[in-house]
Design a binder for this molecule. Structure first.
Ligand code: ZN
Length: 241
């Protein structure tokens, strides 16, 4: 199994007194207004710390700030009121955030098309929610209110197990839904390619073996052995030519 780093975001980050969430209500997330930028810049490092530097969805390590997204669990386009709700925000890798947004978009466009065919008006659907939220109601704070694993209210390992090689297995309906919707099992191929590139960049046999050893917590020994052997053979063939 691969270590997940953190179970859930706990403790909930407490913003300093000069960041007043109530004052941000109505401001657009991408407005570039100073108060919004200060909110994001303050929250990001706090989340990085409590998330142990990992993505809230796939638990891979986050890279630099550009590749790291401040992710709204309940879409801000669906429930604007929760845009600056700390417990609706976590850090995710760009891949997971883009996949999650893509899933939401595809689903809502299908709902819209179906409603149009019936001559009805579609209301936006938020797939992570298990409950309907009426206007001005507070954000739900119980695990049961969510259909996907919530970064604050659910324990990751109760719902998902990550096997070596980045294979995600659902241990609950929530876990299965999250894996399927964010396409977490597509990460195995991305990670395998990155691993091959990392090892390829190592010059000698010993260096490659050391590199492979360092990956034993994430990959099966058999896979690493095969990969190193393949790369060494390729190099030998190339030098024979
Ligand atoms: Zn991720």
């Amino acid at each position: 199994m691969i270590k997940i780093g953190f179970e859930q975001i706990h403790p909930i980050p407490v913003l300093p007194a000069d960041i007043v969430v109530a004052n941000l209500k109505g401001l657009s997330w991408s407005s570039g207004v100073n108060a919004v930028t200060a909110f994001k810049d303050t929250l990001k490092p706090m989340l990085r710390k409590v998330q142990k530097g990992r993505c809230s969805l796939c638990r891979r390590f986050l890279y630099d700030d550009y590749a790291t997204h401040l992710e709204h669990f309940i879409e801000k386009g669906i429930h604007r009121d929760f845009t600056y709700e700390v417990t609706n925000l976590s850090l995710s890798c760009g891949t997971c955030n883009i996949k999650k947004n893509g899933y939401n978009r595809t689903l809502n466009s299908l709902i819209k098309k179906r409603a149009r065919r019936k001559g009805q008006k579609a209301s936006k659907y938020c797939p992570v929610l298990a409950v309907k939220i009426s206007a001005n109601a507070p954000m739900p704070v119980s695990s049961a209110s969510y259909r996907w694993i919530h970064p604050y209210f659910d324990r990751y390992s109760d719902n998902i197990q990550i096997e070596k090689g980045w294979i995600f297995t659902g241990k609950s309906r929530k876990g299965q839904r999250t894996i399927r919707s964010v396409k977490l099992n597509a990460l195995a191929q991305i990670e395998r390619r990155a691993l091959a590139e990392r090892l390829e960049a190592r010059p000698g046999r010993l260096s490659k073996l050391l590199g492979a050893t360092a990956e034993l917590d994430k990959y099966r020994a058999g896979h690493l052995f095969k990969l190193v052997t393949k790369q060494l053979w390729k190099r030998r063939e190339a030098s024979d030519v």
